[in-house]
Design a binder for this molecule. Structure first.
Ligand code: TYD
Length: 139
C-alpha cells in the first residue's frame, strides 16, 4: 500500500502563514463535511475503522499525531506534524490515530456526509471485506 500525501503551499508573509484548500483543486474530491479532533487524552487510539465509500484528507493543523493505515495486507505509519501536510485516506482502508501531542488539532475533510452505515468497525469484518474484493478482482 502506498501512502498518498499532499503538500499544501502556505501563503506566508511577514504576518505569518495561511493555507487555502479548494475542493477538486487542492483536495481530490468535493468536500461535503469537515470535522476536527482536539483535547485528545494521552494514550488514546482513535479511528479503528474503515469506510466503504468515504474518502478523507487528514491535516494536523496544530501539534502532531501518528496515523496507521492498513489495506488488509500491509500496515504503514505516518507522522502528521505539519499544517501543510495532508494525508489522503481512500475507502477500504483501516485507520488508527494515536500519539496525539498535547493541544493537537486534527482536521478532517470528508467526501461524504456522516453515515454510520458506511463504517466498518470490526477489524475481522474489514479483513473479510478486503479479502473478498481482492478475490473478486482475481476471478
Ligand atoms: P468516532 O467515529 O468514534 O470518531 P473516531 O473514529 O475519529 O475516533 O466519532 C465520535 C462521535 O462523533 C460518535 O458519536 C459519532 C460522532 N460523529 C458525528 O456525529 N459526525 C461525524 O462526522 C463524525 C466523524 C463523528
Amino acid at each position: 500500500m502506498e501512502i498518498k500525501t499532499y503538500r499544501f503551499p502556505p501563503h506566508g508573509d511577514d504576518r505569518g502563514q495561511l493555507v487555502a484548500l479548494e475542493a477538486l483543486e487542492d483536495i481530490p474530491f468535493e468536500i461535503k463535511r469537515v470535522y476536527y479532533i482536539y483535547d485528545t487524552l494521552p494514550d488514546v487510539v482513535r479511528g479503528k475503522h474503515a469506510h466503504r465509500c468515504l474518502e478523507q484528507i487528514l491535516i494536523c493543523v496544530h501539534g502532531s499525531c501518528k496515523v496507521a493505515l492498513e489495506d488488509g495486507q500491509t500496515r504503514q505509519e505516518i507522522c502528521l506534524d505539519d499544517p501543510t501536510l495532508g494525508l489522503y485516506i481512500s475507502n477500504d482502508t483501516w485507520r488508527e490515530m494515536y500519539d496525539f501531542s498535547e493541544g493537537a488539532v486534527l482536521l478532517v475533510l470528508a467526501s461524504e456526509h456522516y453515515d454510520e452505515a458506511d463504517y466498518i468497525r470490526e477489524y475481522t469484518k474489514f479483513l473479510e471485506m478486503v479479502q473478498g474484493k481482492r478475490e473478486e478482482r482475481h476471478l
